[in-house]
Design a binder for this molecule. Structure first.
Ligand SMILES: Cc1cc2nc3c(=O)[nH]c(=O)nc-3n(C[C@H](O)[C@H](O)[C@H](O)COP(=O)(O)OP(=O)(O)OC[C@H]3O[C@@H](n4cnc5c(N)ncnc54)[C@H](O)[C@@H]3O)c2cc1C
Length: 540
């Protein structure tokens, strides 16, 4: 088995991983790996932008207040203040690497003009820096180019981490420490190890745990699952944010239809063509995101429909084409002319507020392991994420993790022997259909029983299903040679179980967790859920 040695291993190349790798550059060799190519990640899909208190009329205190309101009692104020305060310096870095944020056209010299700041739900002022409606793609483009220009950053695409290598697993005494990770080279099928005294986990979110998601295919919660198997605590996994309107079409799996469409007067209709939002909230289509998502979910489940419809036909074609050129063109590509007919939409899993317990510098309880970005739970988001705070967190915490690593030079790990990957009696699988079937079963069970509205009975049913599936997957994992699909299946099942178990522990409704059995918040439950050492953690 091939072993790669480096000074720093960064697993994941979205905003968080790139931010860390660029700051580590100049201080040894960094291996930066991504499961696909650098252009595909949750970061590259970010449309709205990055929330930063950069305007004279704004302040850290005001941004903090909005973040605390969204977090519904669970945001850690000190953590949030630190992350918000770190934003402006990271924006300066991005501009140095060539990101162009939109500016108002009031000055003859573009660089002198004030930023054209966007406003999103929950923000009391305009504070969203953006590059059109493709901010994430623009930022990833610039950061990837900067990383590719650094000779000490060794970028490895299509390299998928399987599991962390730890001293505990190797039965080396002393405090548990991370030594790197095993990887599957997705192009060759080869297994290799990367050995490093410092590992940064920056693997992003887990939207693929659910049947419908705005996330790209790579978002399978690998980092959370790997950390859990390595014995690390995970926090607040029950808080999953659902976006109310994703286009419902088998090929348009992750296409978001922006809230701005409802902002411009679009109505939501059920499959019988009847408006329904007024029955759920006096604000109708303009109610907050979680209320709209919950209303759609209820309408679909109670009627047994697959989707609802978004109708903006009353605004006429010229307006729709001018105001929503990208959404209009994409819908048309899938056969829906939104100027003529309502378009089918469903809510979709969008963002995981929970993750590997970490501080603002990504420090975890395991020596040599940092976790940053969506994979981590720092306490910034609490029970609900304020729009555009996650790109901010990824940038600030990625950078802080690198600074923390550079401030604490590690002992060398080069002499530690890494055992070759054991395939045992495993044979190539000729039953891809089993993996595909189980993928669907996990995602459907999570969607039907652990979605936007939960109950004790649905959670118990989901846990039984997922526990059975995990047993089956474990046997399959032992008997067949690993493939990327099997590894991802193993991870979405593990993350699914973590979400269910966290949701079972929260006997109240708070933020993004809503259960019919406990429909109100309960003061004594206003604390984080922490899962550690569950049965099955560490087992596969
Ligand atoms: C459609 C959409 C729109 C959004 N809009 C906004 C917005 O406007 N503002 C905002 O603040 N947030 C937004 N978000 C959320 C935000 O984009 C993410 O939370 C944030 O960018 C996450 O960054 P990250 O670096 O942690 O993870 P990601 O950007 O997801 O990067 C993860 C990286 O890890 C790699 N990886 C994963 N697993 C493995 C593995 N096993 N081995 C090796 N590599 C692995 C991936 O290949 C990828 O490179 C949006 C999300 C989506 C999906």
């Amino acid at each position: 088995m091939k072993i790669l040695d480096c000074d720093h291993l960064v697993i994941g190349a979205g905003l968080a991983g790139l931010s860390a790798a660029l700051e580590l550059s100049g201080h040894g060799r960094t291996v930066l790996c991504a499961k696909t190519d650098l252009s595909e990640s949750n970061s590259s899909h970010a449309q709205g932008g990055i929330a930063v208190p950069i305007d004279g009329s704004d302040s850290i205190d005001a941004h903090l207040r909005d973040t605390l309101v969204a977090g519904a009692g669970l945001t850690d104020a000190a953590v949030a203040r630190e992350i918000i305060a770190g934003g402006p310096a990271r924006i300066a870095d991005l501009e140095r690497w060539g990101v162009r944020f939109e500016r108002a056209a009031s000055s003859s010299r573009e660089a002198d003009a004030a930023y054209d700041l966007g406003r999103e739900g929950g923000h009391s002022v305009r504070r969203i820096l953006h590059s059109g409606d493709i901010t994430g793609a623009e930022v990833i483009r610039a950061m990837s180019a900067a990383a590719r220009a650094r000779p000490d950053i060794d970028i490895r695409e299509h390299l998928m981490a399987i599991d962390l290598l730890t001293t505990g697993w190797l039965r080396i005494g002393g405090r548990d420490a991370c030594l790197g990770a095993y990887f599957l080279d997705r192009k060759t099928g080869e297994i290799l190890a990367v050995r490093a005294p410092h590992t940064i986990l920056a693997t992003g979110g887990a939207g693929k745990v659910y049947l419908y998601t705005s996330n790209p295919d790579s978002a399978t919660g690998d980092g959370v699952a790997m950390a859990w198997r390595a014995g690390l605590p995970v926090r607040n996994m029950e808080f999953v944010q659902f976006h109310p309107t994703c286009l419902y079409h088998p090929q348009a799996k992750s296409f978001l239809v922006s809230e701005a469409v409802r902002g411009e007067g679009a109505r939501l209709l059920n499959a019988a063509g009847k408006p329904f939002m007024h029955r759920y909230d006096p604000r109708g289509e303009l109610a907050p995101r979680d209320i709209v998502a919950r209303a759609i979910d209820h309408e679909m489940k109670s009627r047994g429909d697959d989707c609802v419809y978004l109708d903006i036909t009353a605004k006429g074609r010229p307006f729709i084409r001018r105001r929503f050129p990208n959404i209009y063109a994409t819908c048309l590509k899938f056969g829906f002319d939104m100027a003529k007919t309502p378009i089918p939409v469903v809510p979709a899993a969008h963002y995981f507020c929970g993750g590997v317990a970490a501080d603002t510098a990504g420090r975890t309880p395991m020596e040599g392991l940092h976790a940053v970005g969506e994979v981590a739970c720092t306490g910034l988001h609490g029970a609900n994420r304020l729009a555009s705070n996650s790109t901010l967190e990824a940038l600030v915490c990625g950078h802080a993790a690198a600074r923390d690593i550079l401030a604490h030079p590690p002992p060398s790990v080069r002499k530690i022997r890494i055992p070759a990957w054991k395939t045992g009696n495993a044979v190539p699988s000729d039953e891809a259909v089993v993996v595909a079937h189980n993928w669907n079963e996990v995602r459907t069970a999570m969607w039907d029983y652990v979605g936007i509205v939960r109950t004790n009975r649905r959670l118990a049913r989901a846990l039984r299903r997922i526990a059975n599936l995990r047993r089956e997957i474990r046997a399959y994992y032992r008997d067949y040679l690993v493939t990327d699909d099997l590894l991802e299946l193993r991870n979405i099942a593990a993350v699914g179980e973590l979400v269910i178990r966290s949701a079972m522990l929260r006997r109240e409704s708070r933020g993004l967790h809503y259960t019919l059995d406990y429909p109100a918040p309960v003061d004594s439950m206003c604390r984080d859920t922490l899962l550690h050492d569950l049965p099955g953690g560490g087992a596969i």
